[in-house]
Design a protein around this ligand. Structure first.
Ligand SMILES: [Zn+2]
Length: 384
């Protein structure tokens, strides 16, 4: 199956791989495409068996190759006003419209198109392809995929995570974690307020902690790495809150998610520890007022930050090929931190602008797509 990157993009966008749905039709297609070039792929399934990551090695099985990594899932189109079919590529006004064209099936298509190129020019170090699932719901799919790659493939010298960066080398991004907080109160009629515990009022103390913590972080002098981020400090945010049943009943429950975003020079664990200390103290105070009151909380695994590397192979490769020596860091998370966490030299570099990701009428400029392909072609040519 000899297809251009543009033709592969048509196929990939046609699979509606919204994160909540299966991606196996897309994975089947990719596996068949790779097999048609004599390249075997491995799958790493999720617990439900409805989704899988896929990776492959093109060229000799030796160390020192390059991984081109992308995710196969896309965000939903529900409630968005599209003027085009989101699950087809429409070319108009110098743009390629369609869900995922920018984030990030455009890069996936380019990566897959590089496989026959790598084989044709006889690379002596491998081109490795890594396609994950569930990136858009918290970068869940990549860690088990990378762990499996490390068991079955020689380690590559560089991992390029092709999230839209306008082909700039992005060498740092934030870490993030989410804490689910449940404040338990004690219900009484509000005329008996002193006998009750309002979960909402007590949650207010946590929100005040958030405000205080943000002010503290903003006032502190940033470390040199964090200083390159915008903003140059950690931020703490609560986006939604639920609680209470009536205006005259002290709330029994109040629940919310608290998110930390922490620049790569900082340590997410220290913010978590500060929150945990505050919640532990509040929990003790509430229990003392009523045995049913208190605070419980749990935390997701989070997404590790990407730290700028000293003499990083991945960064050097992209800088050498693009001539871009600027400092580029972003405040969103990617799978690059997960590759780096597992010992890969990693950089984020892909075509398109993150501003178009997740939008109705998502698009990538045709010119960016073509430049992305040209850049990845040169990446592959360094493997000869
Ligand atoms: Zn993405």
């Amino acid at each position: 199956m000899t297809l251009t990157a543009r033709e592969i993009l048509d196929r990939l966008v046609a699979f509606p791989t919204v994160s909540r749905d299966s991606n196996l039709d897309l994975i089947d297609w990719v596996e068949e495409y790779l097999a048609s070039h004599g390249v075997a792929a491995r799958r790493v399934y999720d617990a439900t068996g409805r989704k899988a990551a896929l990776y492959a090695n093109a060229g000799p099985e030796v160390e020192g190759g390059v991984v081109l990594s992308g995710h196969t899932d896309v965000v939903p189109v529900d409630g968005q006003n599209w003027s085009f079919d989101p699950f087809a590529v429409t070319e108009a006004n110098g743009r390629l419209y369609g869900r995922g064209t920018c984030d990030m099936k455009g890069f996936d298509a380019i990566a897959l198109a590089m496989v026959p190129h790598a084989l044709a020019i006889g690379v002596t170090r491998p081109l490795q392809i890594a396609l994950s699932y569930d990136e858009e719901v918290g970068c869940i799919g990549a860690p088990p995929m990378i762990d499996d790659m490390l068991r079955h493939l020689p380690r590559a010298a560089a991992a390029i995570i092709g999230e839209p960066s306008m082909l700039r080398p992005v060498t740092g991004h934030n870490a993030s974690t989410i804490t689910d907080i449940h404040v338990h109160g004690y219900e009484v009629h509000s005329s008996k307020l002193p006998e009750g515990v309002s979960a909402i009022h007590e949650a207010g103390r946590v929100l005040q902690w958030v405000n205080d913590h943000n002010a503290e972080c903003r006032a502190a002098t940033p470390d040199p790495i964090s200083a390159t981020f915008d903003p140059p400090h950690a931020t703490t945010h609560v986006g939604t809150i639920q609680g209470g049943t009536a205006h005259n009943i002290t709330a029994k429950d109040c629940t919310f998610k608290l998110g930390f975003r922490v620049p790569a020079g900082d340590d997410v664990a220290r913010h978590e520890a500060a929150l945990d200390a505050f919640l532990t103290q509040l929990d003790g105070q509430l229990r003392a007022r009523h045995p049913e009151a208190g605070v419980t909380w749990s935390r997701n695994l989070g997404v590790p930050g990407l730290r700028p590397e000293t003499d990083g192979v991945a960064e050097a490769l992209i800088r050498q090929l693009t001539g871009d020596n600027g400092t580029h860091v972003v405040t969103y998370g990617t799978e690059a931190g997960q590759f780096q966490d597992r010992g890969y030299s990693a950089v984020v570099c892909g075509p398109g602008d993150i501003a178009q990701a997740h939008q109705p009428d998502e698009w990538i400029a045709t010119e960016q797509f073509q430049r992305g392909e040209a850049l990845m072609r040169r990446v592959v040519e360094t493997l000869v």
